[in-house]
Design a binder for this molecule. Sequence first.
Ligand code: GDD
Length: 318
Amino acid sequence: MTKALITGITGFAGSHLAEWLLNNKKDVEVYGTYRLRSRMEHIQHILNDIHLVECELKDPHSVNEMMKTIKPDFIFHLAAQSFVPTSWNSPAETILVNQIGQVNLFEAALKYCPDCTIQIACSSEEYGQVYPDEVPIKEDNPLRPLSPYAVSKVGQDYLGYQYNQSYGLKVIRTRTFNHTGPRRGEAFVTSNFAKQIAEIEKGIKPPVLYVGNLQAKRDFTDVRDVVRGYWLAVEKGVPGEVYNIASGVTYTIEDMLNKLLGLSSAKIEIQQDPSRMRPSDVEILLGNYDKFHQQTGWKPEIPFKQTLQDLLEYWRSR
Ligand code: GDD
């Protein structure tokens, strides 16, 4: 048996990855970290099949103890402060959790499992300000981050490169574009809109849907395709390298909203809420995933309409 450790296993991508590993990799034991205040609702159904270890990534002692106990063969580092707006409100905490948390993880890996393969969840937000002639975006595009969150991910990304170059740590960097699906946190746009629609349908909210910037363009992949990609990254990716994980299609947030509204028969009024606007917003994300496809064979399989349908059903059933 090999051991896979998922940081952030109680979260959105983490819980889907745990489920995917349990269903598809019988020779892999699944471990995950949680914090005292972590909510277990996303992993309730698999609690008997996974091993949980309490760990605070910001605390080097805690990370060392966790790593000494597990000594994993693979690490999927998904734990993070992942919501862009929170990073303007708490920039220092975002940098601390994302960058220092990862430094603690790398240092503990060097001590207790120096041969393990580590996938780190970097982000398309790192590309930030992208010019029209730069899409679809390739991995060698300049990084022009537009939020403290994006800067935190640039730091994680370059730390991954540096620990590979300096110590030979087998770090694989995945720059994932927007991803969604059932269990997506309600703060994120697809989930937020789907939840509002479900509440309007149930009559627990007036028929007004609040939105922010509808002109931004995003490249969405289903989370279940993304986590399959994370496994392929550690199985077939080249340590030190960076790979885009994307769908290669972009929609305005307005297009996405219209697709969601098309899945409901409710009559809904759209209203802009100024508090949902950001100091700066990435205008367009559209990824080129050729490099990852050539290295691993990965490509997205679940159509966007299906993803949105499943997300809406998720909120309807709650
Ligand atoms: N959250 C939210 N709520 N976003 C809105 C809303 C709203 O009511 N209305 C419009 N938007 C716009 C945002 O301004 C942004 O342009 C876009 O919808 C997507 O917002 P989010 O879903 O919050 O995601 P994100 O693009 O900022 O970041 C996500 O993708 C990154 C990868 O590109 C997150 O998942 C990050 O963790 C991830 O790294």
